[in-house]
Design a protein around this ligand. Sequence first.
Ligand SMILES: Cc1cc2nc3c(=O)[nH]c(=O)nc-3n(C[C@H](O)[C@H](O)[C@H](O)COP(=O)(O)OP(=O)(O)OC[C@H]3O[C@@H](n4cnc5c(N)ncnc54)[C@H](O)[C@@H]3O)c2cc1C
Length: 348
Amino acid sequence: MIDYIIVGFGLAGLSFAEQLEDHKKSFIVYEDGSQLSSRVAGGLYNPVILKRFTSAWKSSEQLKIAVHFYKSLEQKLEESLLIELPVLRRFTSVEEQNLWFEACDKPVLETYLSSELIKNNNKALDIPYHFGGVKYTGRIDVKKMLSLYLRHLEENDRLIKQSFEHTFLEITPDFVVYKGIKARNIVFTEGFGVLNNPLFNYLPLPGNKGEYIIIRSRKLKLRQAVKASIFIIPLGDDLYKIGATYNNNDKTAIITQSAREELERKVQSFMNVDYEIIDQVAGIRPTTRDRKPLLGSHPEYGNVHIFNGLGSRGILAGPYVAEKLYNYIEKKEPLEKEIDCKRFEKLR
Ligand SMILES: Cc1cc2nc3c(=O)[nH]c(=O)nc-3n(C[C@H](O)[C@H](O)[C@H](O)COP(=O)(O)OP(=O)(O)OC[C@H]3O[C@@H](n4cnc5c(N)ncnc54)[C@H](O)[C@@H]3O)c2cc1C
């Protein structure tokens, strides 16, 4: 008997697998490549909601845990994964600049927002007002991290590259059995794929589609991430991610011409140099109705668990939430009500 089966290996699956490795638990991961949210993510972490100048949920706690988490992973996987990257918020009016100054004085935000206005020195960008700078921000190379970690799992016989078929799962009070594999617990980390999971698809996870274009521009020479109507995220070698879109209606992970046009229109409104589009990617963010993660056990089966709802902030929230779920299952520490999936039990 092993300790855990994990179903799905995006940011949630990886964060939980790392908890299990840290605590020397035995486990196996199923991954079928059906969801792409983590693999296409911009990879930015930033404790501030830049649309409204507010702090994101538990961002200070999450930031500490996440930075430590990704730095330890760099050592374990012997590759660089975390790139410290300043984030500049473009202002569109004097009023917005004033709102920024107000936000700088708020206790939770003063640590993260720089109160000095930053002048644009990059001729490739038309920025009539100033930038506001956010501190303690960066980018994780998520695609690289997931593929290195999958290799690590494969080398340790912990990966099964197959679709998990829920109908074959047998649940008893003390263990679960799936195609001959017996485990004390099962954790579903399927992202938007939870819709196909009959045990948990009653949970409200509407999802939100996001698309990026990846451009090459030799003249842009940008070293910070810029947040305007969309982000420009430097990837190195003159490559930049431009995006992302937010679409609540289309739930396919197929790239679209309309998203490409929207992103080009937005970037051309403040970037004035040539570029070529070299790629476009799409994925469905596992967003919840109340924008909080979904964690906990199935109402009937105490050894069947869910870790989902990372929404648009999986990089910061993933490691924090994984620790909470591990302590809940193994140490019986109660989950905070706002992230416990029990809050939606009435919907069953
Ligand atoms: C365009 C875009 C940009 C984003 N940018 C950022 C960003 O800059 N910063 C940030 O913090 N967040 C960002 N996000 C959000 C972030 O990517 C998500 O919070 C995160 O990916 C959620 O991770 P997850 O593991 O829950 O889901 P997923 O990444 O979807 O992982 C679920 C995994 O489960 C697998 N799976 C599902 N069903 C099965 C099954 N039956 N059998 C086997 N395997 C299965 C899937 O193949 C998948 O690998 C972005 C998202 C998108 C779409």
